[in-house]
Ligand binder design. Sequence first.
Ligand SMILES: [Zn+2]
Length: 328
Amino acid sequence: MKKLEFNDIHTQKKQKKLREMMIKTVSRLAELKNDNPVLDSCPICPSTKIEFFVNAYQFDISSCLDCGLLFCNPYPTKEQINAYYNSEMKSFENEFFRDSFEKRINIFLPRIELIQKYKSHGKLLDVGSAIGIFIEALHRASCSFDLACCDMSEEACRELGERYPDVKILNQDYLDMDVDSQFDVITLWDTIEHIVDSKAMLQKTHHLLKDDGIFVFSTPNTDSFEWICAREKHVQILPPGHVNLMNYKCIDILLRNNSFRIAEAFTLNSSLDISYVKKIIEKNEVDRSAIGNFLWQEVFDPDFERVLEEYLMNKKKAGNIVVVARKM
Ligand SMILES: [Zn+2]
């Protein structure tokens, strides 16, 4: 399989129009009153070491200096969030998901293998299915799960219902969902960053998951090559869609505080990080020295040292050259 690159899953059209669409959409949201409190402690860990991180699309983002959580501060109101998801921004997003559908299937195949390590059949609930790329990947991998999908978007649910008549479609807010049975697997792919009340999401998941079930999710990882390089310029800083951006440390605390524990965690597709960082440096979106942010953090790690040592030798980039020459 070809390595996944940033441009494969973020089409040119998306890259060109995202900012413009966001500015248009959020200028309308800013007119809606937000009387949510500005938090002076972290909603996850709960440190009081909170710092302003960036203002993006008229929303302030704070960072927790202890666990690293980046969060909208104040959080957007329900009205702002509803307006956002019912704006043309959502249709635009569904459109670029459609344009990159085939490429995105590849993101899900290793995730399906991971699920199958734990469960090969039973009831699977996918939350925030959007246009169903994961559902399609499950079909292609001939999985034998009994599938249900939950999504707030009417447009997405209509499309899912037409394409997959075998799947139970729940067009509602996950937090309001009430079904009389429990699930073996609950998946939230790149969805938890959209949820203001992470605690309520985990309580709901706890309630809906069988005792031996698995909760599997993905979310942007702010403690990563691409995030440490891009920082406040990262393309995923997209309030009020993305309201909580996390890393391993925040996730671990959040789960433990809500009666879950991490069984395994991975970061896959690092080729996306490399292609994204190259792109933002080439386009001058960040300074070349941004890479230094990451190197400074990693250079003291013995694993990194070993890999770098080998890389420098292989590429003849170590600081002393030994030459063997022969007569011609
Ligand atoms: Zn924190």
